[in-house]
Design a protein around this ligand. Sequence first.
Ligand code: IVH
Length: 715
Amino acid sequence: MADNPDLPRTDEEAAAELASLATGIARHNALYHTDDAPEISDAAYDALVRRNAAIEAAFPHLVRTDSPSTQVGAAPAGHLAKVAHARPMLSLDNGFSDEDVAEFVQRVRRFLSLGTDEPVALTAEPKIDGLSCSLRYEDRRLVRALTRGDGSVGEDVTANALTIADIPRTLPADAPALFEVRGEVYMEKAAFADLNARLLAEAEAAGDPTKARRFANPRNAAAGSLRQKDAAVTAARPLRFLAHGWGETSDLPADTQAGVVAALAKWGFPVAEDFSRFDTVEAALDRYRAIEAKRADLAFDIDGVVYKIDRLDWQARLGTVGRAPRWGLAHKFPAERAQTTLNAIDIQVGRTGKLTPVARLEPVTVGGVVVTNATLHNADEIARLGVRPGDRVVLQRAGDVIPQIVENLTRDSDRAAFTFPTHCPECGSDAVREEGEVDIRCTGGLVCPAQRIERLKHFVSRGALDIDGLGEKTLIEFVKLGWIKEPADIFRLAAHRNELIGREGWKDKSVDALIAAIEARRTPDAARLLFGLGIRHIGAVTARDLLRHYHTLDAIRDLADELIKLRETLHPALGEDATKHRNRVDKAIAERIGVNQVGAAVGQALADFFHEPHNRTVWDDLLAEVSPPPYRETARASEVSGKTVVFTGTLETLSRDEAKAQAESLGARVSGSVSSKTDLLIAGPGAGSKAKKAADLGIRVVDEAGWLAIVAAAE
Ligand code: IVH
């Protein structure tokens, strides 16, 4: 597998990235395995896993105890009983090229010290896109069926498995007394389409088609159908089973993979029609290509070919590494492709203001799923592909989730090129692209309906106005009721007191507590208020730096007005190119601000914000409700005043800069390394050698939440 050229350079970088990969992969595992609702493609998921493995290989001392390479799937869902597997259910390493397969066999040869002319027989069979299931037969009766779960503990789906016609309830007399059959529960493509149609029809009959539960692909449909609390629901779903291996056994009917699979077939289990055995890599690869060629015509989804070392004595010697056996490899197919017409490009505004172009496509089937939309990511991607509405495009559906346009087949069209909007389609505010960034963002912030909840959440958050009792759910409720559109409305909520008391979940006491929490913020700290407005680049530290210098919010607004004028008056000089001009404007802006550490990006963002009439209204409305006193530096007394603190690992809610500024504002010194002079170590996930050293030196260590508690406790 190709090495990743841009590995992290330092331990700190590697630890931080491993920490974020562990969190990210765990989240995608849960979305995929527990919720049956993946958000990224299998290919994108594989890329994350490979990146993790590459970093772990380069920084073996930083491999985490919760490393994704040692975990399989996701922890089981809540409603089914959890049962430990007698033998862990493993996963398979993936290969993507012929070379990966040749390397796999080479690794096996090296591991077993085989001579070059000793044949290594491989089996090859399709990799079914379903969910694995372990069927335990005691005295030849099916006693338990478990899903894979996290590989060690699965979910008990015995009653559900008993409804699947492909699964024998008993084994013949010549089968061993104890035998666990492992295989794939899956749904055929046609059955999946019928099921989705049926679910929609049922929801329509019930009067609410928008509530229809529809599955994204056959795999999710199979998983959702097997993992039902009520086996009667499973029984009504057309599930199938295909055996491909085994777990705990009292005896084995053969000494090769092919031999055991033949026995499984004899005992009544469906096994792969294409199951075959080869003596050379070349022959196995020929079979891979043959299976790939008929992939689209198969009744079920497959996503690759699985090779296994045929001899079971060799499998036993090869054993496992991490979460996968050394004796197996999944050779994945490249993503499926199809051609279609791009009908239109729509712009969606995300919760953070990012404008994302979405391709509306002439419906086309890619690998059994009808695709009508694809993401175009950003303006650069549109430019790279040169796509315009009306073009013929090649679409790729990698791992069945988010389809992508990979090629534009239309050349030399005389239709006009797509121009990215300069205004937000949701609120009409300016949409701007910052220097060096790929994304274009709406500057409407607080007035943009797409961003409203996120912005309000930020406004009331702990680092900003810190209003208790206004969580996301409550904000959504109030926005829906039309009570809150902008921050100033929060201070007018008292007018809805009586109506609110009548609503579910609210009582006099809770309503009055909320109103009191809001009233307590009528004279807020000016820096927190500025930070709370969520103007780009104005974090808590910058807001404080600005107010330390300008003292009042009125002065900040005057500054912004001057910056707007400055931008308007500094025209490009004759012969000056765009970059030079931009640099000259940036320099003038930074000079005008005149605050150490506060650069042109902040000035540009302030100017962008106040350039929007809606934002000026938001600002005026807010300042009609609250009266922040002029900024005064308050030396905050804290348990860390005068102490030396060190931050290490990943901080999740704070940037390093902000954490450092917090420490300094409490009168603490921040150092980069742990020594006997260190008083406190704040260790986020992925903390490596520093955490160990602190432990050795007996230094107090807290996590990020512990640090935030110290900050909150400061006077
Ligand atoms: S053999 C040690 N054979 O793919 C695991 N797995 O990515 C041995 N799968 O967990 C698995 N078709 O759920 C094997 N013909 C096949 C398969 C197959 C699908 C699934 C299985 C496994 C996953 C590994």
